[in-house]
Design a protein around this ligand. Structure first.
Ligand code: IVH
Length: 676
């Protein structure tokens, strides 16, 4: 059956449009259309390909998922071996590297280096023939890797055809007949945390770090699983350097980017090693805030003719070296294991460690997650362990050094009596967590009040953990509602406060009157109800009476509320005590319930706020953004859509510039909010 030309053209046009939007969304992080519009294009293309099977091709954007699982991976011999890198660990070694090269190259000036982050992922090679992705493989031993083409296709930021953007814009980019592109596949930290949370909930062991998660996901026999893991990647070189246009690394990176590949923004051209060492300090500062993990930087001689002169040793090129960061994993000893009771009664086992410095921060406690994790890793008191800190994540014990045991180590089980209040501890069926069953447990009470008073909740200045502890231990407060009945002399009796600060605390508590309804809901501390869910509930249920009587069915019928959340809200209000406390709080605070809501113009947009705004507080700016469907995060990443910069913006501004994030001053921001 022949396919009408009109259809053929439409299919081709749809593919180009979709590839372009893929590139804008996944590679540049700068989408131009809404998700619904994108889905419409993709659906139309899939429909046409279904009714005209002749038109389906393996590089069509519809072909990313759906490849059948396989039994094993085929072997791929790399045309040109994939080398590894030599390491240096300090400035002296880096300077020695530079001196050696200068002896060999005898350059008139400093050496032209390109410095890139060393991405902590997995090396891969992509082969494109006549612009289409035909093969993806792992590095393997450098000579032979595994054929992971079907899995590579599921990585959205990897183009199935090269040059998607430039084609649409008329300037036909000349793509080479065959090109082998090399880079690193990795998992973003956010994705890693979400994946591990899902695994723990499903009773599966979590991955130790994003790198292992990426490796496990890339080597899945079922590409459907890989697709669900949302991998990403950056590309930095080609197999045969002499075969393509650019004659140096700096231009090669721009060239790869122009082909449509994702190239890391944090690259720097450095004239001489001193420049490179200065960049090391910058990268080390940035490390924790980056949305993916890096474990050092790679210093590369830029000019390819100089690569020729320098050559390679058996395993690594002489023209490049990795300057490693201090490890985020260190060894320590577990002095004790304690059980920490959270606001909802969940008991988390915590390792009390011999304090150690990890990546510049002293760590003396690390989470052991839950009993299953303790058992799986066989963690015992007295064990030598590996402690890991990654970015802003809570430190955790990742491994036990079993061969360092002396025989004196003591196994640990979460007690069946709450260490704080002596109530029974249970492990509800199907859950990984142990819980204290006593709602009045002082540890729970303190955590609940802390949550109530926290930033996203009622934001009560001066009400930190220490004060709360005194108030609870002094029997002045047993639930958040008691805060509103505190008298000045009672607060003064705690000996924690001078007159003025006692007064200030009571003023701050009184100042919560009229706080927004959604924040009121958040402050209640209902399990699974975070800030976002609070907003959704606040929009749908407009008073406390409506919310406390909402049925599971009503809640589930609300967009973004799943059965787990609905049941948790229902269970919370089925508890008479909670209804009583919430009712009292409602009458003291009289939360402000906004009229209707204003739509979701900023749906899905990610904002970072920095510096001081003249017309709004941070919290107010955040509320406006969220009320329009946007999100505010604390650190700038390549996924950030806007950086709102007030006065004295600090280090986030240069970072945002470096990452190409759209910058807004206060005026632009107000206009965007529809208030300028
Ligand atoms: S260049 C011949 N650049 O590190 C040089 N490698 O330890 C080839 N890696 O196998 C590598 N980030 O998987 C290069 N910006 C970067 C890198 C990088 C991470 C990995 C790569 C390589 C390994 C060597």
């Amino acid at each position: 059956m022949t396919v009408p030309d009109k259809i053929r053209r439409e299919v081709e046009d749809l593919r180009r449009q979709i590839e372009r939007h893929n590139y804008l969304y996944y590679t540049l992080d700068r989408p131009e259309i809404q998700d619904e519009e994108y889905d419409r294009l993709l659906r139309r293309l899939a429909d046409l390909e279904k009714s005209h099977p002749d038109l389906a091709t393996p590089d069509s954007p519809t072909a990313r998922v759906g490849a059948p699982p396989r039994k094993d991976f085929g072997a791929v011999r790399h045309t040109i071996p994939m080398l590894s890198l030599g390491n240096v660990f300090n400035e002296d070694e880096a300077l020695e590297f530079d001196r050696r090269l200068k002896r060999l190259l005898n350059p008139p000036n400093e050496i032209d280096y390109v410095v890139e982050p060393k991405l902590d992922g997995l090396g891969v090679e992509l082969v494109y023939e006549r612009g289409s992705l035909v093969l993806g493989s792992t590095r393997g031993d450098g000579t032979v890797g595994e054929d992971i083409t079907a899995n590579i296709r599921t990585v959205r930021s990897i183009p199935l055809r090269l040059g998607a953007l430039s084609r649409r814009e008329g300037a036909e980019l000349k793509v080479p007949d065959r090109i082998e592109i090399r880079g690193e596949i990795l998992m973003f930290k956010e994705e890693f945390l979400a994946l591990n949370a899902r695994r723990v909930e499903a009773g599966e062991p979590p991955f130790a770090n994003p790198r292992n998660a990426a490796a496990g996901s890339l080597r899945q026999l079922d590409p459907g699983v890989t697709a669900s893991r949302h991998l990403d990647g950056f590309f930095y070189t080609v197999g045969d350097l002499s075969n393509h246009g650019p004659d140096n690394q700096w231009d090669l990176l721009s060239y790869l980017s122009s082909l449509g590949l994702k190239v890391n923004h944090l690259r720097r051209r450095c004239l001489g090693m001193d420049d490179a060492l200065a960049f090391y300090d910058e990268l080390l500062q940035l490390r924790d805030d980056l949305p993916y993990e890096i474990d050092g930087m790679v210093i590369k001689v830029s000019r390819f003719d100089q690569h020729e002169v320098l050559g390679t040793s058996s395993r690594s090129p002489k023209w490049a070296v990795a300057y490693k960061f201090p490890s985020q994993q260190v060894e320590s000893v577990i002095n004790d294991i304690t059980a920490q009771v959270g606001r909802t009664g969940v008991i988390t086992p915590v390792a009390e460690l011999q304090p150690v410095k990890v990546g510049g921060v002293t760590v003396s406690r690390a989470t052991l997650h839950n009993q299953d994790e303790i058992d799986r890793k066989d963690v015992r008191i007295g064990d030598m362990v590996i402690v890991q800190r990654a970015g802003d994540v809570i430190p955790e014990v990742v491994d036990v050094l079993v061969n360092r045991r002396t025989g004196k180590e003591i196994p640990y089980t979460i007690p069946d009596i709450c260490p704080e209040c002596g109530a029974h501890v249970i492990r509800p069926e199907g859950e990984a967590a142990h819980r204290c069953t006593n709602m009045a447990c002082p540890a729970q009470v303190k955590e609940r009040i802390f949550h109530f008073a926290s930033r996203g909740g009622m934001d009560i200045e001066g009400l930190g953990r220490k004060t709360i502890s005194q108030l609870v231990d002094g029997a002045l407060v047993k639930d958040p509602a008691d805060l509103y009945r505190l008298k000045e002399d009672q607060v003064l009796s705690l000996n924690l406060f001078a007159d003025r600060s006692a007064k200030k605390l009571l003023e701050a508590i009184g100042g919560t009157r009229g706080r927004p309804w959604s924040r009121f809901i958040f402050a209640l501390g209902i399990p699974l109800v975070g800030r976002f869910v609070s907003k959704v509930l606040a929009d749908r249920f407009r008073t406390l009476a409506e919310l406390k009587d909402a049925t599971v069915d009503q809640m589930v019928a609300t967009y973004n509320i799943g059965p787990g959340i609905a049941e948790s809200v229902r269970a919370f209000f089925d508890e008479e005590r909670n209804v009583r406390v919430a009712g009292k709080l409602y009458s003291y605070i009289k939360p402000e319930i906004p009229e209707g809501h204003r739509g979701t113009d900023l749906a899905g947009k990610i904002f970072v706020l920095t510096g001081t705004l003249a017309n709004l507080t941070r919290e107010e700016a955040k509320e406006r953004i969220e009320s329009l469907g946007g999100r505010v995060t604390s650190s700038v990443s390549s996924r950030t859509d806007y950086l709102v910069a007030g006065a004295d913006p600090g280090s986030k501004l240069p970072r945002a510039k470096e990452l190409g994030v759209t910058l807004l001053d206060e005026g632009d921001f107000l206009i965007l909010l529809g208030e300028g």
